[in-house]
Design a protein around this ligand. Structure first.
Ligand SMILES: [Zn+2]
Length: 254
């Protein structure tokens, strides 16, 4: 089997992921639907409808495509599996993207869970434009993906203004390094919106040209938009630090 390079693994806010590897079930429901941009597989009796997932992904895809003016040259495979704890990954390669989302079968029945599901799918999808190997600012990229995902969700009424502010301004559940970057992004988004748009478009252009083959140096972009003194916030959180160290040598975004 062709070994695909893991390019993006989202862990920062999806801490402590223990998958339910139970093999005792024989009645697992497997469902697949194919849409314009996605092939969605469900591997479990999830209450969250597969059509809701594909509609959300198509909506987010069109938003990101218009935002970055970049159309992905492949169809995206999305898998949803049953697990005790929610988790999300995006295995990116130059010839495709495989998004894998895990959550319990009964998940998504209250606002908190619904918001998390929205974020998981749209966050991992956004890594198709803002993802891949970087030589620095991996946490900055992760923070940007989290931030821009919440902008999409807010601008399209998936989350309320209060939820958006909680996620971006307060961000109480994020590690401090993520929050530091988010504060910078929020200031630019709010006070220099066109500059913020240019910033994320420049990053997406660089990732697209890099074709996910080599570590990308995003520092020039950060310096251009945030000044020469832009600091790469290093993980002080032991849990986050250990997860970064456990990632592959070429250090994908988290
Ligand atoms: Zn991520």
């Amino acid at each position: 089997m062709k070994k695909k390079k893991i390019m993006a693994i989202c862990l920062a806010s999806f801490l402590l992921l223990f998958l339910d590897c139970s093999t005792g079930k024989t009645d697992i429901l497997k469902t697949t639907i194919e849409t314009k941009r996605f092939i969605c597989h469900y591997n479990g009796n999830h209450k969250w409808p597969i059509r809701k997932t594909s509609d959300l992904l198509e909506h987010a895809y069109n938003y990101y495509k218009d935002l970055f003016q970049i159309r992905l040259p492949y169809k995206i495979t999305v898998k949803v599996s049953n697990a005790q704890s929610p988790a999300a990954t995006n295995h990116l390669s130059s010839d495709g993207s495989r998004i894998h989302i895990y959550f319990p079968e009964r998940f998504g029945t209250n606002e908190k869970e619904t918001t998390l599901i929205y974020h998981f799918f749209c966050h991992e999808l956004l890594h198709c434009w803002l993802g891949g190997n970087v030589v620095s600012h991996a946490i900055g990229i992760e923070a940007l993906v989290k931030f821009q995902t919440d902008i999409f969700l807010f601008e399209n009424s998936y989350i309320s203004k209060e939820q958006f502010q909680q996620a971006t301004i307060n961000g109480s559940t994020d590690p401090i390094e993520i929050r530091k970057y988010k504060n910078k992004y929020y200031d630019m988004y709010k006070n220099e919106n066109s500059r913020y748009i240019s910033f994320i478009k420049d990053l997406a252009d660089k990732f697209a040209r890099n074709k996910l083959k080599n570590n990308l140096d995003v520092l020039p972009v950060y310096k251009e938009y945030f000044g020469k003194e832009i600091e790469e916030y290093s993980p002080s959180n032991k849990s986050l630090s250990s997860k970064l160290e456990s990632l592959p040598k070429n250090r994908p975004t988290i």
